[in-house]
Design a protein around this ligand. Sequence first.
Ligand SMILES: *[C@@H]1O[C@H](CO)[C@@H](O)[C@H](O)[C@H]1NC(C)=O
Ligand SMILES: *[C@@H]1O[C@H](CO)[C@@H](O)[C@H](O)[C@H]1NC(C)=O
Ligand SMILES: *[C@@H]1O[C@H](CO)[C@@H](O)[C@H](O)[C@H]1NC(C)=O
Ligand SMILES: *[C@@H]1O[C@H](CO)[C@@H](O)[C@H](O)[C@H]1NC(C)=O
Length: 434
Amino acid sequence: MKITTLLCGLPLAAAFPGAPVPSTIEKRADDIFNATSVTGAFVAVLDAVEDVAKAAVKKTSPKVVSKHAKFAGWKDFKANGVNLGGWLSLEKGIDPAFFNDNGASEAIDEDSFCAVLGKKECGRLLEQRYASYFTEKDVDIFASYGVNTLRVPIGYWAFMPAIAGDNYYTGGQLSAFSALAKYAVNKGMHIIVDLHGLPGGQNGLDNQGKTGQLEWWNSTTHYTETLKLVDLATKWITKQPHKDQFTLGLINEPLPYLYQFGQVDWSFDYLNKYYTDALAQIRKTTKTMPVMFSDGFSGPQTWDQWWANSTQNIVFDTHIYFFTGGSYSYDAPYGACYLAKSYQVATNPVFIGEWSIQASEFNHAGDDTRKVFFDSQFSAYTTFLNGGAFWNGKHNGTNIVGDDGTDQTFYWSWQKLASEGIVPKAGETVQTLC
Ligand SMILES: *[C@@H]1O[C@H](CO)[C@@H](O)[C@H](O)[C@H]1NC(C)=O
Ligand SMILES: *[C@@H]1O[C@H](CO)[C@@H](O)[C@H](O)[C@H]1NC(C)=O
Ligand SMILES: *[C@@H]1O[C@H](CO)[C@@H](O)[C@H](O)[C@H]1NC(C)=O
Ligand SMILES: *[C@@H]1O[C@H](CO)[C@@H](O)[C@H](O)[C@H]1NC(C)=O
């Protein structure tokens, strides 16, 4: 399969506008453009889903009422969540205008944004963004739909200075986060601090902040830095006024090799060591704070061989996307139902930390496929699992991904979907194809 898109909705063709660029950026873009295949458990699952979806009997099941109870531990919680991606941690695909209109069109991610503009200018622009991309007004909109969970991606550099060789800016990320989290918790929301970019880079994708950097694995230096990061994040959380309404997510989308969407023996071992050490360290500070592990695109039930029925207050984060792997917008809902049911065998809580409604084929706005796809995923993840968080709260991506010429915002922007009547309101009944 030829890869044409990256996770979190950044199409490769848009990642690199072609202007003269510093050689390191050029090299990283080359590595990505030249990738021709993705492999791993995630892709195998999507292939299986495609078969299941094709065989599925297209019958609508009874309506399911959406649940929006306040957080009181992951075991009984049903998250109706959104992600605040592209706010405290930049992704070009979410808001290309922020790069293009600010003289950084050749930059491809947060690190190169700061490399291109210089720390002073990048800091000035980022501070403006912390104050404006997601605000209390946005939280009000989310709250009016019964959203009870915000997952907030944040890079290591918000908690500690950029390590040598990285160009990240450390500034007002945490004070902006603290203020908005306080406001959101007062509206009944739970907050997930999602460590999205770790020292050294854990997935090589642009979403971690520095495209192509994949040095987190097997590096004792970065391991030590990461445990320090976890300690800083834990202590920051315990100082928040509503500290009981926070979960700490230890890692986002770890990939042992570029485009290996799944784990191998050594990477399972490495992640397990990290989860074990991080958890032990966190428990020195707080006995109660929920800790979120990523399943690393291997299926949450895979982790039962090490963590079955854990009493440590952990929850697994797994991401379900259909925009790669050959799924069609009209049968992807069956795939979502199938996956959600199959993940039910996992013995720990399972949260779908990212999902969207772009399929790899037949995306369009003219009929009810987007509503059915949204409702079926929303319903499947809250009925069979512990809910999820839509990626992304807002999206300003300009790439055309629909066969009717519609751009990414029609499939990735929760706020746009809400304004179109596709996001169900609190208490509304939803149609599910499960
Ligand atoms: C990909 O690799 C080839 C050589 O193998 C190179 O000529 C080309 O510039 C690279 N980058 C892109 C974007 O194709
Ligand atoms: C990491 O270390 C393991 C051995 O413990 C090795 O098998 C694996 O290839 C290493 N991976 C990388 C990316 O260096
Ligand atoms: C986990 O708990 C379930 C339900 O109580 C039980 O059926 C299962 O055997 C347990 N698994 C392990 C590995 O302890
Ligand atoms: C970005 O997306 C949001 C949500 O759809 C929208 O309200 C806003 O106007 C967009 N911003 C720009 C600059 O287009």
